[in-house]
Design a binder for this molecule. Structure first.
Ligand code: SAM
Length: 198
């Protein structure tokens, strides 16, 4: 599942594992030479993740993250789906701010309709339109690719259907081109709530 993401993020890049759980993917990325910062809202998960050599995991929720242009890649596997849609949209803006320009974000969510409290945990389900809407409000973001996959169930049977998305944070030059402005050489702060014609 990580291959299309890693093809776009240079080895030795800095990754943010957002909602890392016990750190399965944190470990996978560290073993491949990436520098990984992870966070999770559950202190139990943070402790588990910290057990891996070279893991650096912080106890944080999406609403509290404040990273700025620090990461070449953001990996949010099966985590944003635990927040209601509007909160997930706000989290996407924060994750985009954590990415360096030209950085890559991977998000996976469960396919389906509505929401539920499966096993005491909140789940927001997504259709293809919702996935597009999750990123469309932030003009810094460009969806590169979205695809469906099916996970295996506990007995090797068919498990859940997922929607996976690869997103790029546009460079400042790309944003200027899109906005039809080219303030030669000037750097301006991008307001993610600003409307930019596409
Ligand atoms: C299904 S697990 C996925 C863990 C890991 N990404 C993986 O794929 O193995 C979802 C994780 O998201 C975390 N999570 C849920 N809401 C969160 C929030 N608001 N902020 C950060 N993490 C959150 C949960 O604590 C849980 O560890």
């Amino acid at each position: 599942m990580a291959a299309p993401f890693l093809e776009l993020v240079a080895p030795s890049g800095r990754l943010l594992d957002a909602g890392c759980g016990a750190g399965r993917d944190t470990r996978f990325f560290i073993e491949r030479g990436y520098v990984v910062i992870s966070f999770d809202a559950s202190i139990g998960m943070v402790r588990k993740c910290q057990e891996y050599p070279h893991a650096y995991c912080v106890h944080l929720s999406f609403s509290k993250i404040d990273f700025r242009e620090e990461f070449d890649g953001v990996w949010a596997c099966a985590s944003l789906l635990h927040r209601p849609f509007e909160e997930a949209k706000s989290a996407v803006v924060k994750l985009a701010t954590a990415l360096k320009p030209k950085g890559i974000m991977f998000v996976s969510v469960r396919a389906g309709k509505g929401d539920s409290g499966e096993n005491g945990r909140y789940f927001q389900y997504y259709d293809d339109k919702m996935v597009v809407a999750l990123f469309a409000h932030d003009p810094r973001l460009e969806v590169l690719r979205a695809w469906h996959s099916t996970s295996l169930g506990p007995d090797g049977d068919q498990g859940n259907e997922w929607i996976n998305v690869l997103v790029k944070r546009r460079s400042r030059q790309d944003l200027r081109n899109i906005a039809g402005q080219d303030p030669a050489g000037s750097v301006r702060t991008v307001d993610p709530s600003a409307k930019v014609a596409s």
